[in-house]
Write a protein that binds this ligand. Structure first.
Ligand code: UDP
Length: 454
């Protein structure tokens, strides 16, 4: 056993996420899990991201990528950004391999965000293997793969799409890059191209767990070595007795931790609606106004994350008129909030991290998808996992205050009991997947055992 341990500590893995909140979070937590199993892990990211991370004595190492790559939000095109990233990464990887060699470590694998096309080739040029990491669901990966293989034709012509191992998906359940291909053609190309070389690798990591997406996981495993390692939620949120390495946990925006938690502490169990649309989505002014007045009309307490850039869209007098029932913050510690007993409902855009966090912490949802994979996640939240309701959009493309109010009242009211029961079932299953010997934990152990001995 001691010898095994010794071998394991000499194995070095490099982890390369896209430098955005929703991509770094899961890959950072995965890095920490790998480190807890005895591997040396270096997460490589931009210096601007490193500045927003706190901590030093972490179980993992964080290194800046050579010369930095500029800001993803201001990049001229996504493809140009990815190409530039590849060049910078190549330089950094060479340096990292040399540095670690001098300390006695062998760099064996680069775990890269699957959007970063070409990383596998770069890793191989340095004599290292590669394994892609999917930060969305297995379902989404399967849908893009079906498109790649020609089972979906765009523009979509039929009202619904039937695909192996998936429920019937209406057009508005599909990822927006497919249902509205004219809006983001470059992003669609990127998503579909991701999978080109998945058959050449030994692991395709995904932030999901087997029981959550059983059928599609089983179909995907006929295509690639799909390896679910999620949900990448730190154990301390699943069980208060456990402790995690909190160093470097990323918040691209500064959270108002004390104020949020104190406010929640003052509320009764299950009385608060937590509202957040993640780190990227922006609502139109009219939509923001409908949502704001819906929260007031719901008569529930609400904690609403309105990012700094969005605050000017809040209706005049809204804060004054709702100060008794509501709290608006520019960013919050979402996991701590969802784990708080006062939260009875999560109104979400249905980003994959938020979806997994709601499921793993047993919180019922009202989902209001905006773009990308969110409509598909919302379809699953409502119809497959049955942990919430998806709002309906009117003919003008707006979700009205009446509709939002109705959905919140349903989830917070009588129907909520059944939904909460389902949510608690998923919470238990998520926990089981991560516990010692659970499906995701076993996948990680098998990976570590293999990589150490290659
Ligand atoms: N998040 C947070 N505080 C907030 C809002 C969001 O910590 O106030 C975190 C949330 O826990 C999740 C991530 O930001 O891990 C958002 O990822 P998601 O995939 O849900 O959405 P995206 O930002 O990629 O659209």
């Amino acid at each position: 056993m001691e010898r095994e341990q010794g071998v394991a500590t000499l194995t070095h893995i490099v982890v390369l996420p896209v430098p955005m909140q929703g991509h770094i979070n899961p890959m950072l937590q995965f890095s920490k899990r790998l480190a807890s199993k005895g591997l040396k892990v270096t997460l490589l990211t931009t210096s601007s991201i490193i500045k927003s991370m706190k901590g030093q004595a972490s179980s993992i190492t964080i290194e800046p990528i050579a010369d930095d790559t500029g800001d993803i939000e201001t990049a001229e095109t996504m493809e140009a950004y990815v190409d530039r990233f590849k060049v910078m990464f190549s330089r950094s990887l060479g340096d990292l391999i040399e540095k670690n060699k001098s300390y006695g470590y062998t760099t064996k694998l680069v775990v890269y965000d699957c959007i970063l096309l070409g990383t596998l080739d770069v890793a191989r040029q340095h004599g290292v293997g590669g394994a892609p990491f999917i930060t969305q669901s297995c379902t989404i990966a399967a849908i893009y793969h079906h498109l790649y293989q020609g089972r979906i034709r765009i523009p979509l012509e039929e009202p619904a799409v039937s695909l192996p191992s998936l429920p019937l998906l209406r057009i508005d359940d599909m990822p927006s890059f497919i249902s509205q291909p004219e809006l983001y053609p470059a992003l669609l190309r990127l998503c579909v191209d991701d999978f080109r070389n998945f058959h050449e690798v030994n692991w395709v990591f995904c932030n999901s767990f087997d029981k959550l997406e059983e059928e599609v996981v089983s179909w995907l495993s006929t295509q690639w070595p799909i390896t679910n390692i999620g949900p990448t939620i730190p154990s301390m949120y699943l069980d208060k007795r456990l402790k995690d390495d909190k160093n470097y946990d990323l918040n691209v925006f500064k959270p108002n931790v004390d104020a949020c938690m104190k406010w929640l502490d003052s509320k009764e169990i299950g009385t608060v609606v937590y509202v957040s649309f993640g780190s990227l989505a922006t609502l139109g002014e009219e939509q923001m106004e409908e949502l704001a007045w819906a929260l007031k009309r719901s008569n529930s307490y609400f904690l609403w994350v309105v990012r700094e850039t969005e605050t000017k869209k809040l209706p005049i007098n809204f804060l004054e008129e709702t100060s008794e029932r509501g709290m608006v913050v520019t960013w919050c510690p979402q996991l701590e909030v969802l784990a708080h007993k006062a939260v009875g409902c999560f109104m979400t855009h249905g980003g994959w991290n938020s979806t997994l966090e709601a499921l793993s912490l047993g919180v019922p949802v009202v989902s209001m998808p905006q773009w990308s994979d969110q409509a598909t996640n919302s379809k699953f939240l409502m119809d497959v996992w049955k942990v919430g309701i998806r709002v309906k959009v009117d003919e003008k493309g707006i979700v009205t205050r009446e509709e939002i109010e109705l959905c919140i009242k349903e989830v917070m009211g009588e129907r909520g009991t059944e939904i909460k029961g389902n949510a608690m079932k998923w919470k238990k299953l998520a926990r089981e997947a991560l516990d010692e010997g659970g499906s995701s934990d076993k996948n990680i152990d098998d990976f570590v055992a293999k990589i150490v001995h290659t």
